[in-house]
Design a protein around this ligand. Structure first.
Ligand SMILES: [Zn+2]
Length: 489
């Protein structure tokens, strides 16, 4: 880069006292940075902000590099080095650009590096996004340092993803001369207003790997993780996880699936905190959930979501361990969540709440499939338990009936504050896939799930629309509904 034209500023001894040829340029840069900061501050504050600069003379040359440009260039170099460090598993290289004088930042960056290694990223790309100047260096930085803040997109694909997804960070960087040091890395939490969420979906935020050191155990291609100080040891659950993976993969057969799975063991607090789950959902009576990251373009922009199109890159299963009493329960709960996670590209949701929710996928198909898989894995006794529960509560909770309406719960009635009714809705939805299994076999049940999960509720809640879909799959609808009647009757 060109930096030959020195400014007329008087060189002054810097923090180290060492005279260097670039000193004059350096101080011109500082002067320019001050002007930039004042101007930006005035714009941000509007009227009544900082006073306009008076009598400032910037270097006469036009070839010097503005400080934020220089910061961008140096930060971009840092990001390139760090991205490659993660993929190579080189912790020293990852930490090399972090301020060695700040043990806290170093420790957190070490935690993140080690967590990501356990998540087995196949792509990891830190991308420069934008900069904003800071008026004051954070404490502990030399007074001559120019400190700036930069938004960075992390575009990554874990082993458990089928596409790229994104997380955002703010890098605070101190520049002294041509040396750049990362003095802080903050994960940006997105607390989107509802309007934004409808447009962009939920970004990944408050992921445990950004906040706490994790330990893991791995078997097959499933990784079980928990915080290092958790009372639940991943090694004690990895056997059940591997069996759950084997079961779900054999059910899924050759259909498109992620190369691996991530299962996180959470206590009650972590369960609602991670991924911001508690902000959007009630955790009352919930034993597990999946968090599915949005698909990102390679440059970090969100993928445009078109109804019925792929929108989720991959799903992480979170288990509420206080609800898990033994190995068998861990196994069936994992089967349920992995049945969701194996087809992340089917998890498209466009509207949340309100009267347009019928544009979303039918909840009965999503939950019914996972519950059916869970019962299958649980064995005959659990299958019978599910259908018995439906029979027992049919009179009280059965869906409203009309000539064409299907005997399955609608989206708006699915999740309720009545815990028994919730269980009834799950088990009733599972009986649809049970009936398909009995009529056309397990693979037909999976085929129908894939089809229904990408349709909107609007075209699945009456026999008028649903029967042709069933017929397309080679199943006689009358026979299917009769079988369904026999299962629940
Ligand atoms: Zn579920």
């Amino acid at each position: 880069m060109i930096r030959s034209a020195a400014s007329p500023e008087t060189p002054t001894a810097g923090p180290t006292g060492a005279a260097r040829p670039s000193r004059a340029v350096w101080w011109a840069a500082v002067a320019a940075a001050v002007v930039v900061i004042i101007v930006v501050a005035a714009v941000i504050n509007g009227a009544g902000g900082a006073p306009a600069p008076v009598g400032q003379t910037i270097a006469s040359s036009t070839t010097w590099e503005p400080p934020l440009d220089r910061a961008e260039r140096l930060v971009t170099d840092i990001l390139t080095r760090r991205s490659s460090a993660v993929l190579k598993g080189d912790e020293q290289a990852w930490l090399a650009d972090v301020d060695p004088g700040d043990p806290e930042v170093l420790a957190l960056e070490r935690v993140r590096f080690r967590n990501w290694q356990q998540l087995r990223p196949v792509k990891f790309d830190l991308l420069y996004n934008s900069a904003s100047p800071l008026t004051l260096p954070p404490s502990g930085q030399p007074s001559g340092a120019v400190v700036s803040r930069h938004t960075v997109h992390l575009v990554m694909q874990m082993e458990a993803d089928v596409a790229l997804n994104r997380a955002d960070y703010t890098y605070t960087v101190a520049l002294t001369g041509d040396a750049a040091r990362v003095v802080d890395v903050a994960h940006l939490s997105h607390d989107s207003p509802d309007a934004d969420r409808k447009r962009f979906g939920d970004p990944v935020f408050d992921a445990p790997w950004d906040t706490v050191p994790l330990r893991s155990a791995r078997q097959g291609s499933v990784t079980v993780l928990a915080p290092e100080n958790s009372r639940w040891d991943p090694a004690a659950y990895v056997g059940a996880a591997a069996r759950a993976e084997t079961f779900v993969r054999s059910l899924w057969a050759q259909r498109r699936a992620p190369g691996g799975f991530v299962i996180l063991l959470a206590d009650d607090r972590e369960f609602i905190q991670w991924f911001g789950y508690g902000r959007t959902e009630s955790a009352e009576g919930v034993a597990g959930y999946i968090n599915c990251a949005e698909i990102s373009a390679a440059n970090g922009t969100p993928k445009d979501v078109i109804l019925g199109d792929d929108s989720k890159a991959g799903c992480r299963a979170v288990l509420r361990m206080s609800t898990v009493r033994n190995d068998h329960e861990a196994y069936t709960l994992m089967v349920h969540e992995l049945a969701h996670a194996i087809g992340p590209y089917l998890m498209t949701d466009v509207y949340f709440g309100g009267d347009r929710e019928w544009l979303n996928k039918p909840t009965w198909a999503i939950e019914g499939f996972a519950e059916w898989a869970e019962n299958l894995a649980g064995g005959d006794a659990e299958i019978r338990q599910g259908t018995d529960l439906v029979k027992r509560h049919w009179a009280k909770y059965r869906p409203s009936e009309s000539d064409l309406a299907i005997p399955l719960p609608l989206n708006q009635d699915f999740f309720t504050t009545d815990a028994t009714r919730n269980t009834f809705n799950y088990e009733l939805s599972a009986t649809f896939f049970r009936a398909v299994e009995q009529t056309g076999g397990r693979q037909k049940a999976v085929d129908l799930y894939v089809k229904l999960a990408t349709s909107s509720e609007l075209v699945t809640d009456t026999r008028l629309f649903l029967d042709p879909v069933i017929r397309e799959h080679g199943i006689d609808p009358d026979r299917l509904w009769q079988t369904h009647q026999d299962v629940i009757g």
